[in-house]
Structures are given as C-alpha cells and as structure tokens.
Design a protein around this ligand. Structure first.
Ligand code: AMP
Ligand code: TRP
Length: 326
C-alpha cells in the first residue's frame, strides 16, 4: 500500500477551502492507502501564537479531522511536536537547501513583503514541511494547489540528498484536487479563502452556525450582470460560488448554469446556503461529541507513538547515510 502524509496548521478557523481542498481527500485516501495525518503545530509558531490558544487549536483540528471522517483505526493522527524526528530531519535538510531557492517561495515572498527582515522560521518553513513528508517515506501528499511549490522543493531536496547519499529518501508526489482545489474568499474572490483574513465573512468556517453561513453567503461579492455563468476572469465571485456549490452537491457547473438560467443571484445564493448548511451540520455535530473527549487524547497519544516508530527508523537511516552520531 502506498503511504500518504499530510498536515494542517492548528491556527483556528478551518474553513471550506481547507475542507474541499484537503480534508475531503484525506478521508477518501484512507480506503486504499496507509495514511498519516499530522497537526503541524511547529509550523504554526512561525508566526506568534498565544500558548493557551495554540493548545486549544491543536485539539480543535484533531477533533475536526475525526469529525470529517478520518478514522484512527485506519490512519495515524498525531501532533507534529510530539515526534522529535521532524525537528531533527528539518535541520539535516536545512543543510542541504539553499537560500536562493527558499527566497523564491511565493508564500515566503507574500508573508515578508515590504519588510526589511522576516522571521527565520517563515523562511525555513518549507524545509520543515519537506522533513514532515520525507520522515515517513511518503509516496503521496494530498494538498491544495497553493502548496505546489513547497512540494516541488521537497522533491528537489529528496533528489539532491539521494544524489549524494543514495537511497536516503523516497521521492514523493503531490496530489492536487482539480475542482475545489482553490476556494476563494467570499468578500474578495481574487484572493484565496484564508484562516487569517480579518473579515469573518470572507470565509465559511467548518464550525460556523447556520445563521453565520447564511450571512456570509448572502453578503458574498458578485457582479452587476445578474447572470449565473462560470467565468473566472470576468465573474470571479459567481464562479467561486458555482465552484463551491458544485463540489458540495456533486452537480456539474454546466448543469448548475442550466438550472439557474433566468434566475437571480438571490435565489442561487439561498440554495447555496441550504446546500452548505446541510453539508456542514453532521460535521459540527460529530465535532461537538469528540472535542472534549478522552478518546481524542488517546487517539493523539497512540498516533504519536506509531508515527515515532516510523520516524525513528528513517532518522537511523539518515544519520547512517550522513555519517552523523556514534
Ligand atoms: P492551511 O490553512 O494553510 O493550514 O492549509 C491546510 C490545507 O488546506 C492545505 O492542504 C491547503 O493547501 C488547503 N487550503 C488552504 N486554503 C485553501 C483554499 N482557499 N482553497 C483550497 N485549499 C486550501
Ligand atoms: N504547509 C502546509 C499548508 O499550509 C501544511 C503542511 C505542513 C503540510 N507540513 C506538511 C502539508 C506536510 C502536507 C505535508 O497547508
């Protein structure tokens, strides 16, 4: 069986973009892959975090993982900082990376724009991500489109190290969803939906109440043409809503265009509210059951143990191949 690894940051507000771009794939892949799903808290501290909040967010994401359907009997679910191998391998890979390639990462460029100096953790973020993946001899990494460049860097690092120290790493492949891979912000459909945007109506969080979902969708930016047509260039708002509707309902975008011919944005949005509320209700219900349970803690502890066993074997091999340690 091929091995899958992926991670989500515990920074709160897991949203529809995360769900459609990443979490839904995680669930599907469990059926015929050996899956490892991580809550990447060490990535989260690349920007300042309130310790109490971070702890809560770790458990929020863990509970959401299980609520969307990740099954701890099939998959390993754990917290990154509970397995020391991530930090260890990250250093080894840092020494095989170049400042030039890290400077070219668009996420780093975005986050450090207009600043004379940026936090080093933001700069080496993609190296830690490569360590996460390579530590488990991962074959497949399911992620949203926005992570393409980071996956490419991970592959480059693995190939580079293997060139010097043969058979050290498995070179992984990214797995990117086509439709739904990029969900845009509701208030500005030229930007991707994000956890950190200030306007809460820019996103639909997986745990939003129905009334909040309604408000966010009804407020979503559209255009003045009044025709429901998919055209990302000229109608990014409606196109984003069509995309969300399509991936949540399973109805193709062409069929949706036909269904809403001659109808206004108001009708379309009302239906989208219903579809979204119905899709998220069972997730919210399961989350409430799990979030404060001992079961959740047990799953994470057991997950860390199982992950650590795999990680230690890889670190042994890495250290031997590099000539590190005794
Ligand atoms: P992050 O929110 O950056 O921790 O991302 C968690 C996962 O969700 C990653 O696989 C991202 O690629 C994916 N993701 C984040 N934002 C979006 C978005 N707006 N549309 C689709 N996928 C996304
Ligand atoms: N950088 C990823 C994101 O923001 C999160 C992440 C960290 C990740 N380590 C990973 C994703 C390893 C896949 C594999 O979405």
């Amino acid at each position: 069986m091929k091995r899958v690894f992926s991670g989500v940051q515990p920074t709160g507000n897991i949203h529809l973009g995360n769900y459609l771009g990443a979490l839904r794939q995680f669930v599907e892949l469990q059926e015929d892959h050996e899956c490892i799903y991580c809550i990447v808290d060490m990535h989260a501290i690349t920007v300042p975090q309130e310790p109490k909040e971070l702890k809560e967010h770790i458990l929020d994401v863990a509970a959401l993982y299980l609520a969307v359907g990740i099954d701890p009997k099939k998959s390993i679910v754990f917290v990154q900082s509970d397995v020391p191998g991530h930090a260890e391998l990250s250093w080894v890979l840092t020494c095989s990376s170049y400042t030039g390639e890290l400077s070219r990462m668009t996420q780093f460029k975005d986050k450090s724009k207009n600043k004379e100096s940026a936090p080093t953790g933001l700069f080496t973020y993609p190296v830690l991500m490569a360590a996460d993946i390579l530590l488990y001899d991962t074959d497949v990494v399911p992620v949203g489109n926005d992570q393409k460049q980071h996956i490419e860097l991970c592959r480059d690092l693995a190939i580079r190290v293997n060139g010097k120290h043969p058979n050290t790493f498995v070179v992984p492949d990214g797995r990117f969803l086509k439709s739904g891979a990029r969900i845009m912000a509701l208030d500005d459909p030229t930007k991707k939906m994000s956890k950190s945007a200030e306007n809460i109506h820019s996103r639909i969080s997986l745990l939003d109440e129905p009334s909040k979902i309604k408000k966010s969708i009804m407020k979503a930016t559209t255009d003045s043409e009044g025709i429901i047509r998919f055209d990302v260039e000229n109608k990014p708002g409606i196109s984003n809503l069509l995309n969300i509707y399509s991936v949540l309902s399973g109805i193709s975008i062409e069929d949706l265009e036909k269904k809403y011919e001659g109808k206004g944005y108001g009708d379309f949005k009302k239906d989208l509210v219903e579809i979204t509320v119905d899709a998220l209700a069972p997730i919210r219900a399961r989350y409430e059951e799990i979030r404060n349970s001992q079961m959740l803690i047990d799953v994470l502890k057991d997950g860390a143990k199982r992950a650590d066993e795999i990680a230690q074997k890889t670190m042994e091999r890495v250290k031997t191949n590099f000539g590190l340690g005794l």
